[in-house]
Design a protein around this ligand. Structure first.
Ligand code: C5P
Length: 227
């Protein structure tokens, strides 16, 4: 059962405050995207068919050059305004039975996370996502920031990537007649709306997403420890 990986890397990174798209920011001598690609190639039993990298249009040439010769087939395509537009663009280029969608912005995702997702796909689950228990107390608030209720965190998970799909499940999630992402902020959310069961396996804190300047400082410290 072969696998393609879509890496959405077309985000502008406004919240990061660097003067370039997030995936191309340097973390300890390598771009966030280069580290993420390396972390995928480190999963030696993935049966990897190809990696589809989705980037801002002006970065297609440089990324093709940077990733040429990494040791697997890499397809580089232009992304869209929303993350879901970028994943949809990548989806046109996947091959194989399974598709992983993995944020470029999670460069330190450990190998066992990929393995847990793929093992559950191989066991027959059509959609599999890594998740972590929520440690903070969660409260629902109204428009004036007044607390409506305290939510039971025991039944909640913070969801990461790679999110794994039987290829036909991801195609169904992104079917042209689906009415846009709505409140879904991840690919599994679209699959849920299409009526597909979604299984959560254990994620890992190291798979954190670089979003804010604080995350970038953490990532740079992290890279020192791994250099
Ligand atoms: O913005 P956020 O951190 O949630 O983005 C998650 C991932 O989706 C990042 O790797 C980002 O580059 C990617 N993305 C994209 N196209 C967009 C927005 C985000 O590929 N339009």
């Amino acid at each position: 059962m072969t696998t393609s990986v879509i890496i959405p890397a077309a985000g502008s990174g406004v919240r990061l405050g660097e003067n370039r798209p997030k995936a191309f920011v340097d973390v300890g001598g390598a771009s966030i995207l280069a580290r993420t690609v390396a972390s995928i190639l480190a999963v030696d039993d993935l049966e990897l068919d190809r990696i589809v990298v989705v980037v801002p249009a002006e970065m297609i040439g440089p990324v093709r050059e940077e990733l040429a010769g990494v040791g697997c087939e890499v397809v580089v395509v232009a992304g869209g305004a929303e993350r879901s537009d970028s994943v949809r663009a990548g989806l046109q280029h996947v091959t194989g039975e399974f598709v992983l969608v993995h944020d470029a912005a999670r460069p330190f995702t450990p190998v066992p996370v990929f393995r847990r997702v793929v093992a559950a796909l191989r066991a027959g689950n059509p959609v599999v996502v890594p998740g972590l228990p929520v440690v903070d107390t969660l409260k629902r608030v109204d428009a004036q920031d007044r607390v409506d209720e305290t939510v039971d965190r025991a039944v909640l998970r913070a969801i990461q990537t790679p999110q794994g799909f039987h290829a036909d499940a991801l195609v169904a999630a992104y079917a042209p007649d689906s009415d846009g992402p709505g409140t879904a902020t991840d690919d599994a959310g679209l699959a849920e709306r299409a009526g597909l069961p979604v299984l959560v396996v254990d994620g890992d804190p190291d798979a954190f997403k670089i979003t804010t300047p604080w995350d970038l400082r953490l990532a740079r410290d992290f890279a020192k420890g791994r250099a």
